[in-house]
Ligand binder design. Structure first.
Ligand code: SME
Length: 162
């Protein structure tokens, strides 16, 4: 895919997200739709899912929410484990270009080569995250970070309406 067609694809995805945001009846439907759009349209996004903080869990725990792709063994992740735990603990997006070289990485599929995790903020507090795995090394560049953070942001805003 050329630079231009990849930018057009991201434009198309943003339009799909806007439509979805106005059609979805609640945050839950919206999150499900976000995973579907990203998984279907972004060819290198091979696993797309949300992990959300379990209300009242002590110690805090991330629980698998809506996702697209193969079932993962990691349905609950403590904050001191994985790239997922790190993104929530550090309150920032993490991109790992080569998962084999990151000791924090929890393997979900043998095919995964790179990963991006963006926190979802609700009223300034981390409520969960959007996690995407790719079968391709270094799959997530500046445009992907922008898109994934935009999705996480839209979800945070929907959750704030609850
Ligand atoms: N790789 C993640 C675990 C979740 S799976 O990718 C779906 C991590 O290191 O936290």
């Amino acid at each position: 895919m050329s630079m231009i067609s990849s930018m057009l694809k991201i434009e198309e995805v943003r339009k799909d997200l806007a439509r979805l945001n106005s059609d979805a009846l609640n945050a839950d439907q919206f999150m499900d739709g976000v995973t579907r759009v990203l998984h279907e349209k972004m060819l290198k996004y091979n696993w797309v899912g949300f992990y959300m903080l379990e209300p009242g869990a002590n110690p805090p725990m991330l629980a698998l929410g809506h996702f697209q792709g193969a079932m993962t063994p990691h349905t609950r992740i403590p904050l001191n484990q994985g790239i997922c735990g790190a993104a929530v603990s550090l309150r920032k997006t993490i991109i790992v270009d080569d998962v084999k070289s990151d000791p924090r990485y929890l393997a979900c599929s043998l095919e995964t080569k790179s990963e991006i995790v963006a926190p979802v903020f609700v009223r300034g507090q981390v409520a969960g995250e959007l996690d995407i795995d790719s079968h391709f090394a270094s799959a997530f560049g500046v445009d992907d970070r922008e898109l994934v953070e935009y999705c996480a942001d839209l979800v945070g805003k929907r959750l704030e309406q609850k």
